[in-house]
Ligand binder design. Sequence first.
Ligand SMILES: Cc1ncc(COP(=O)(O)O)c(C=O)c1O
Length: 469
Amino acid sequence: MAEWKHHRQRHVMRPEININPLYAREGEDAVPRFRLAKEGLLPETAYQIVHDELALDGNARLNLATFVGTWMEPEARRLYTESADKNMIDKDEYPQTAAIEDRCLHILADLWHAPNPAGTIGVSTTGSSEACMLGGLALKRRWQQARKAAGKPAGHPNIVFSSAVQVVWEKFANYFEVEPRYVNVTPEAPYLTPEGVLAAVDENTIGVVPVLGVTYTGVYEPVSEIAAALDQLQERTGIDIPIHVDGASGAFVAPFLQPDLAWDFRLPRVHSINTSGHKYGLVFPGLGWVLWREASLLPQELVFDVSYLGGHMPTFALNFSRPGAQVLLQYYNFLRLGFDGYYQVQKACQDVAHHLASRLAALGPFEILTDGSDIPVLAWKLKKRRPSEAGWDLNHLSRVLRERGWQVPAYPLPPSMEDTTIMRVVVRNSFSLDMAELLLDDVRRSVEYLEGLEHPMPDAPHPGKAFHH
Ligand SMILES: Cc1ncc(COP(=O)(O)O)c(C=O)c1O
């Protein structure tokens, strides 16, 4: 995709970027767009060119498509600027950054009810995608070890999740050669069910991955029911299949908004959990976490040593160098918000989601699918209409809203439900009730506009395939 975009630009764009004479040095009127210039520019000129081009990007605060943090308070931004030079892998050079990473991991272990938080092991990552890959790799390696120890073949591993799983799991299966087994979601159960899991697993299953906060709709998959079904399977057959919970969003929401829901290390079958610090962890992009309930669940052969304070520090990561600043921002949030602060932020988001859902339902054409009761994400579809009335769909609505700056995606549900197109809003910290009112007003006016058209709108461009973030 990136390459395609690049080629498209090459065909339609001038090969040079013109420089405003106000900023240029004498004789400096243009810079090549697609190759390195021989000489550089003044810092202000280079800044101005990049800055100006970014004006065409969407406004991050109006981006209701993303789960990823778009706002942090000024003190956090100050810390970010101060620590932008820290490389997370330089544990020896930045021992306090390493110590703070470790502290964050123990805070998460405690939040997720590890039986012995001090005995857990985990790492920070660039996001949930890397964290999921590591969680999946540990599952695969442990399964291989167990099979070899039992003298059984270990050539055909599989992993089980629902068809609504995020694309990272498809990638994991592809990159690390594990057969993906999708349990199709249905209108009655748009999530992974225990029955579906039992029908898909066998002795070659390295693990089952329920998602806490399905990307399409925000619903929690029933982790404890799935764990119970796997307990019974083990009693019946001896097959012992672990669970990795993909809590990219939900692992930073459930501890605060649904504290009694047992989805985490309270369930012995849950071996590992990932989350995105940069989603409901409330940090800017570039941070994930993965944690194992006890150190023994992470195969030692996957762990590498880096030097640390003259000694050694175990690391398990896909990247070597990686920014350390986001880890510091996570710790800033832990200090700044505490448990109650996180509760208040997530609750405020949930209240906004509920408000939006009830007002959207009252508008008439929409059927609400999720209202933010799990993670603060709401999704809706168009009610069934007579073909003569159907002059517009959610892709058109998305396009009309974009004219006002709102980025609200419309996309088809995953395979087996792909005939249904939905619209989704991710309510994040800083999306206030007042902004929600402004959005509602624009949705109302956009619907009136679409309803009033004499001819159907041309088809809006849409992702075609399910939307992935
Ligand atoms: C359930 C789930 N898992 C994994 C990911 C990937 O996370 P990241 O964007 O942090 O790499 C996402 C992203 O939306 C997600 O929703």
